[in-house]
Write a protein that binds this ligand. Sequence first.
Ligand code: ADP
Length: 353
Amino acid sequence: MLDVIAEKQGLELLLSSMEEAVLLLDMEGRVLRSNATAVATLFPDEAEITGKVLREIVNHASLHTFVRRASDSVTSTDGETSFQDGGDRHFLARGTPIFSDGGQRVATLIVLHEVTRLRQLERVRTDFVANVSHELKTPITTIRGAVETLQDGALEDPAHAREFLNMIGRQATRLQAIVEDLLDLTRLENIDAQGAAELSSAVPAVIVEGAVNQCCPAAKKRDIRLELDLNSSERALCNPLLLEQAMVNLVVNAIRYTEAGGMVKVTVEVRGQLLALAVKDTGPGIAPEHHDRIFERFYRIDKGRSRAAGGTGLGLAIVKHVAQLHRGRVRLYSEVGKGSEFVLLLPRQATRD
Ligand code: ADP
C-alpha cells in the first residue's frame, strides 16, 4: 500500500514539476488530468478545470485545431500552436492517443512545450540580417554608381572624377565603420555568452578621461564646449578598453547630435553603491517613445541625420552590452528641447577601510 502511495506521489511530483503543459482529455474533450504548468499557461483564471470541456474554458483556435487533429489520429501527432497572451506565445505540441486494456481509444494526452523565447530569438536574428543587408546595400549601391559613372567618361573630366572618387572614399569609410561596429558587437555578444569578461580593478574616471581626449578634435571641429568633472578616484571592476569604447560612443553621440556652439558635460560621481559615468548635452533631446528602443541595434530617430554624421546605428547597442558585461546598466534621461543625459552605472568596488 505504501508503495502505491509513494508511486502516486512520485507521479504527482513528476507532473507538477514539468515545464511542459500536460493535459489528458477524454474523447469528448473533457479535461481528465492536467498539471500546474497547463493551468498557469492556459487557464490562469479558472478555479477548477477537471471535468470541464476544453473548448468551453479556453478560446485558442489553433490549440483546438491541434487537439481535434490529435483526437482523430490513432498515432502520435506533432504540431505547433500559438496564441495571444500579452504577446504572441508559441508552443511545440504533441498529442498521444491512449487506449484501454481492451484496445479501445479512451483519451488523448496533449503536451505543450513553450518555444516563445526561441521564436523571438529567431525573429531578432532574421530582422538583424535584414537590417545589416539593408545598411550595407546603400553604400555599395552608391559606390557602384560612382564607378560606373567614372567608367562612362567622368574619369576624363578631372573635376568630376575627384568628386566621384571622394564619394567612393566616403562610402568605403562608412562600410568600414559598419563592419567594425558589427565585429565589436559580435565580440561583445560572445564574451556575454561565455560570461567571461576580463574585469580588473581600475579608476573609471581615468578611463573616461582617455575617452574624452579621443573626442576633443571632433568637439573642436563642431565648436562644442566640453566641460569635465572627472576628479573621482573611486575604483570599479572594469574592462578598460571596452569601457573606454562605450564612453567614446556616448561622447561622440553627444557631440554629433548637439548643435554647433552647444555644450557637452562629462562627469563621474558616486551614486550610492554605484558609480555614475554621465554624458550630458545641450542637444535636441529625445522624445519618450524612443527611450526604450534607442539601445536596439540600428534603431535611429533620424536616419538621414545619423548617416550624414557618420553614425552606424550600433553605438548605443554597444554601450548597452558593455554596461551588461560590467554588471551595470545604462540610463537615459532626456526631454525634447532640453538635451539628453546618458548615464553608465557601474557597481563600485568595495574598499577595505
Ligand atoms: P548612431 O550611429 O546613429 O548615432 P547610436 O546607436 O549611437 O547610433 O544612436 C542611436 C540613435 O539615438 C541615433 O541615431 C540618434 O537618433 C539618437 N541619439 C543618440 N545619442 C543622442 C544624443 N546625445 N542626442 C540626441 N539623439 C541621440
